[in-house]
Ligand binder design. Structure first.
Ligand code: AHR
Length: 330
């Protein structure tokens, strides 16, 4: 039985019990409750924020896909704050949306609110970022990337490029948002890939919160503290793009004096790669909207869905970026 129908029955029983002298309930919050006013599925979506080009493309993909699929979307921007996401999810529960989806800003601390959604009979879909809840029944599925693999691909490329290097290779790392799945996993994957090469040394590693301005500021500090940086590994394009400014201002040539490896492959990042300022990008696709809407329809109908659905992704060298850029959608 679909979750909407289950909740309709529960709601109907409650109405009968409460009916008495009250007129039929008139809470007419459009789209709230069991389907939109016009019978559409109602999806409550809590987005992380607007911290990067990737995030902007992801938001566009979700909004466009909802329109395309005929799903009513209640969209909330959490401005990179977990408390805002928890508040948004509670609002969605109160509004009795049919399905909740969200991209969790950090991995931990979701069990209570996810249990509230489960108790209300509202299925939850995780998109883009995972949670570390031990109870996997708190959500229906996860749709997104293998972040460990992205970090590993970045590290493997570096190992290949430096296999004839004489002497140490000094690496600085710009991490994503502290406690977020992509920051944790990309760090882990990269570290594992370079582990067998003691000449590859991470000499500094700090969060730039996935933002361009923070990437610039942290890179300035790295450059002051470490005169001999050979490689920058940035957990996303935006931080890498911010770091470019700091590197240039320090009188160094990005892509030559300092090898730059990033993750995402959004247009600005691909342009920097094509221009020779970046050296390698591991792709992370933000175009999750259409798959998410398919999943929303399925979980709303009570259908089984795979526990984890991973996006197909690739990597880009400078040459490949030049080829791919003209057809890049985001
Ligand atoms: O969760 C995906 C990451 O979040 C992207 O790599 C980054 O750009 C974004 O902010």
């Amino acid at each position: 039985m679909s979750t909407r129908r289950t909740r309709t029955i529960v709601a109907a029983l409650a109405t009968v019990l409460l009916a008495g002298s009250m007129a039929a309930c008139g809470n007419s919050d459009t789209g709230g409750g069991d389907g939109g006013g016009d019978g559409k599925i109602v999806l409550g979506f809590s987005q992380v924020g607007a911290e990067s080009g990737w995030r902007t493309a992801n938001t566009t993909s979700i909004k466009d896909a909802a329109v395309e699929a005929g799903i009513e979307l209640k969209f909330d921007d959490a401005q990179q704050k977990q408390e805002n996401q928890i508040k948004a999810i509670r609002n969605f529960i109160q509004q009795k949306v049919d399905v909740i989806a969200f991209s969790p800003v950090v991995e931990s601390g979701w069990d209570t609110v996810l249990k509230e959604a489960k108790d209300a009979g509202i299925p939850v879909i995780l998109t883009d970022r995972a949670v570390d809840s031990a109870d996997k029944t708190l959500y229906k599925t996860f749709l997104g990337s293998d972040f460990v693999k992205e970090g590993r691909l970045a590290g493997e490329w570096l190992v290949e490029q430096t296999k004839t290097a004489a002497g140490p290779v000094n690496i600085v790392e710009l991490q994503g948002t502290t406690g977020s799945a992509p920051a944790n996993d990309r760090k882990e994957g990269f570290a594992a890939a370079i582990a067998a090469n003691p000449n590859l040394k991470i000499v500094a590693s700090q969060s730039g919160d996935f933002k361009r301005a923070d990437g610039k500021q942290v890179m300035e500090q790295f450059l002051k503290a470490n005169p001999d940086i050979d490689v920058l590994f940035a957990h996303n394009d935006d931080m890498g793009l911010g770091a470019l400014e700091a590197i240039t201002a320090a009188g160094k040539v990005p892509g030559k004096d300092i090898t730059i490896i990033t993750i995402d492959a959004v247009k600005d990042g691909m342009q920097a790669l094509a221009d020779g300022k970046f050296n390698f990008i591991a792709e992370c696709s933000p175009l999750l909207g259409p798959q998410l809407m398919e999943l929303v329809k399925k979980v709303e109908a009570g259908e089984e869905v795979p526990a984890r659905i991973e996006t197909e992704e690739t990597t880009f060298t400078q040459e490949q970026a030049r080829e791919a850029l003209p057809n890049r959608k985001y």
